[in-house]
Design a protein around this ligand. Structure first.
Ligand code: CMC
Length: 429
């Protein structure tokens, strides 16, 4: 017999169906609640609410497990490439050799942006945050591909996905070039995705440039680890915007804006700024941790804590090791890494962090790798966006292809004034 959960509201007894996920997690289906009882559920910040069913990513925050389409990220990080992982997330299986070759070929063929778009960059100040440029440019893409405006038109879906993945790297690199006043470097079709991105970021027309394969490998790994994280803030944003049948470019642009926040993807920039600040002020790890514990200070240990992980974030474990390996291979000694390790050690042995189950998250060490790759701090969240793009696309596509999708529209519990009447201006106090 199907499992149910009994709920009594105002004398009405309901047997609500319990839905079981493929990994055994349980959810009480409350869809009929309001119609049968007049009541709604209240769960601010979705602490306890599954907004959808999804077959893309499995995450167990208690055990520290993360799998894309069933495959552990540890395996993908070791054996896959970012583009292969993107295919896996979006199409549900690892590509066979023909699918892989076709996907990679299409991505290189669509990496240029319309020449007119280059002029858009002129309108931004040199100091513009690259996330502002990125979100604006991604929305602007929809003006160049009008047939992509029909989100339900599945005949254009694959080419729109290809265009977006291919062009996001170009837009990201151009936003960096704009900030330093360098000429834009056009994409190169003979390079794979990550090597091409490094080329667009760091090459200049006056010299030859070959990306260091060690750096390209590290970039691939970071992008794989960021590629999806089920219903996080930006992905939920993409889903809610897309649920209005909004086109892919506009939905992803909204996701980029959500990611920008310091509690989400913006934390990677905040971590390095925090480490710099600690160095500048000459604080010890213990002194900084004491400030964090003092709630009145308003200081947080950025890159620590997670809504879902109450154990080690598996991505942080891989990134920490990759960070050590990369700095050794590139012969870099970064004092930020030493400070980050000291902070981690101090936090993990402190009751404040132990009791609250606060561990380093994906953003704690990633910035140190980006620094080693020569990527400036302001670009860190852009790097996160590049990585998260396949996940956003996979969720948008999954939702569009699900015939039962309805527009996302939460309820509220109204707490404002009860019926009140209009008072003419001359009668108001
Ligand atoms: N430093 C100090 N205290 C913290 C931290 C932190 N980084 N994170 C959580 N806490 C405390 C928090 O003050 C609260 O304490 P109390 O129970 O005394 O009120 C308790 O731990 C529970 O935290 P919460 O803020 O209620 O948890 P949440 O699930 O709402 O927030 C979070 C999760 C990630 C926003 C939060 O941990 C945080 O602000 N971390 C720092 C920012 C950060 O690193 N964000 C990146 C998240 S991972 C990548 C991504 O999603 O993009």
């Amino acid at each position: 017999m199907a499992e149910t959960a009994r709920l009594s509201v105002n004398g009405v007894d309901l047997d609500l169906p319990i839905i079981t996920g493929s990994e055994g997690e349980k959810a009480i289906d409350v869809a009929s609640l309001r119609a049968k009882t007049g009541a709604v559920t209240l769960d601010p910040a979705f602490m306890n609410t599954a907004s959808t069913s999804s077959a893309i990513t499995f995450l167990d925050g208690e055990k520290g497990i993360l799998r894309y389409r069933g495959i552990p990220i540890e395996e993908l990080g070791e054996h896959s490439t970012f583009i292969e992982t993107a295919y896996l997330l979006i199409y549900g299986h690892l590509p066979n050799p023909t699918e892989k070759q076709k996907f990679e070929f299409a991505l290189t063929r669509h990496s240029m942006i319309h020449e007119d778009m280059k002029r858009f960059f002129d309108g931004f100040p040199m100091t513009a945050h690259p996330m502002a440029i990125l979100s604006a440019m991604v929305t602007s893409l929809s003006s160049f591909y009008p047939y992509a405006l029909d989100a339900k038109a599945d005949e254009y879906r694959d080419i729109t996905i290809i265009r977006l993945i291919a062009k996001l790297a170009t837009l990201a690199a151009f936003s960096y070039k704009k900030s330093i006043g360098h000429p834009f470097m056009y994409p190169r079709n003979n390079l794979d995705y990550c090597a091409n991105f490094m080329h667009m970021m760091f090459a200049v027309p006056a010299e030859d440039y070959v990306a260091d394969p060690v750096a390209v490998k590290a970039l691939n790994l970071l992008l794989i680890l960021h590629a999806d994280h089920e219903q996080n803030c930006s992905t939920s944003t993409v889903r809610i915007v897309g649920s209005a049948q909004t086109n892919l470019f506009a939905s992803i642009s909204a996701g980029i804006c959500a990611l920008w926040g310091p509690l989400h993807g913006g934390a990677n920039q905040e971590v390095v700024e925090m480490l710099t600040d600690i160095k500048v002020k000459g604080l010890t790890a213990k002194q900084f941790i004491d400030q964090v514990k003092d709630k009145k200070s308003g200081v947080k240990l950025m890159g620590f804590g997670h809504r879902v992980y109450k154990n080690f974030d598996p991505r942080a474990k891989i990134i920490k090791k990759a960070c050590d390996d990369l700095l050794i291979k590139l012969g870099i000694k970064d004092p930020m890494l030493d400070m980050a390790k000291e902070l981690e050690e101090a936090a993990l042995s402190d009751p404040y962090f132990i009791e609250r189950k606060l561990y380093p998250n994906v953003d704690f060490y990633s910035g140190i790798i980006y620094r080693a790759l020569g990527i400036p701090t302001q670009m860190f969240t852009v790097m996160f966006a590049l990585g998260r793009l396949p996940g956003w696309i996979a969720h948008w596509k999954e939702m569009m292809e699900d015939a039962s999708t309805k527009i996302g529209r939460p309820r509220q519990v109204y707490t404002g004034p009860t019926l009140n009447h209009y008072v003419p201006l001359d009668k108001r106090a």
